[in-house]
Design a protein around this ligand. Structure first.
Ligand code: GYE
Length: 325
């Protein structure tokens, strides 16, 4: 199924031309203004994502209005409302959590401003509230992490006593990547009854959050074999906590993370992380492409999935010299 701006416009303004339907001040002279409501600056991934969006807007000649919500939904909603008031041509955002967007997205729809989701999805029954969603398949990322553990559990010598105890550092509560990475991982590890998640808590995708939660886990769980962190930053925080507890990360406790940003890849190459599932933050070029098409009334697919891979320590060492983020 394709979603088009034409459909949105046809409903609202009947026979009017598409550029007029774009409803923006900028559309008249052909320039495009985009309002982008970013989640925050919580991780290395997010910083790389912001750079990608800002640089590609510049390259595409798109006038970007950018806001940082500091991981608060209310701030994102405020920014979206202000972009509606400013009559931008396109609104794009990465929803900090999945639910609670219908009201503000209805307002955008009424103002005939198309909305593009990037990175994170929203959970809504009404898919006419956005044009497309560009981003990763987070369930698949969780599955890749879980599958690696199933395949490497015995070889990695984590089950000396017949049980593989995993502690999980979850991303922001209610966010699409936290929900989906948990689900995908659980689905895969259920194939091996030795593998159990013995503790699971949010570290809010930050290094400090990962460190604090891991400190508490180390105190209350006598035997931890594996850490599954929903992003590199929390895994890096966990490494600090593990070292402070006198243990060797990557050896005494195996670590699996998601993202593959430079600091994560460096720790992986050094053997302090054992496996990373890649999640690419370089969504800017695709987003600008889609924005241009949408503003021109062209069709875009309703889901654009980012391609990504996985890394072992050897592969990380090889990839690091050319890694851009
Ligand atoms: O994995 C994490 C960031 O939504 C995919 O958000 C993104 C996640 C990413 O804070 O590092």
């Amino acid at each position: 199924m394709k979603k088009t701006l034409i459909a949105l416009c046809a409903l609202a303004v009947g026979g009017m031309s598409l550029s007029a339907c774009g409803s923006s001040e900028g559309a008249d002279d052909g320039s495009i203004t985009m309002g982008f409501a970013q989640v925050g600056a919580e991780s290395g991934w997010r910083t790389a994502n912001t750079t990608s969006i800002q640089e590609s807007a510049k390259e595409a000649g798109i006038d970007l209005k950018f806001s940082d919500a500091q991981q608060k939904q209310e701030n994102q909603i405020k920014s979206i409302r202000s972009y509606i008031q400013q009559k931008v041509d396109v609104i794009a955002f990465s929803p900090v959590v999945e639910t609670g967007w219908d009201a503000v997205l209805q307002e955008a729809k009424r103002a005939k401003i198309p909305v593009v989701l990037t990175d994170r999805a929203v959970d809504t029954e009404d898919t006419s509230l956005y044009v497309t969603f560009i981003g990763s398949d987070f369930v698949e990322e969780g599955e890749k992490a879980g599958q690696w553990l199933v395949d490497n559990a015995d070889a990695s010598d984590v089950d000396k006593d017949g049980a593989i105890n995993v502690v999980e550092l979850q991303g922001t509560t209610g966010s699409a990547p936290a929900i989906d990475r948990k689900k995908g991982f659980e689905d895969k590890i259920s194939a091996d009854s030795k593998i159990k998640i013995t503790a699971s808590q949010t570290g809010d995708f930050t290094r400090d959050g990962g460190k604090q939660v891991m400190e508490a886990f180390l105190q209350s769980n006598p035997k931890i074999d594996v850490v599954y962190a929903h992003n590199d930053d929390m895994g890096l925080g966990a490494i600090e906590a593990i070292k402070a507890a006198g243990k060797k990360p990557g050896t005494d406790i195996k670590i699996i993370t998601v993202d593959a940003v430079k600091d994560g890849m460096t720790a992986l190459a050094a053997g302090e992380i054992n496996y990373i599932v890649e999640c690419s933050p370089l969504l800017g070029p695709q987003l600008m492409d889609v924005a241009k098409k949408v503003a021109a009334g062209e069709e875009v697919p309703d889901r654009i999935v980012t391609e990504e891979t996985t890394f072992t320590p050897e592969q990380a060492a090889e990839a690091l010299p050319d890694r851009k983020y």
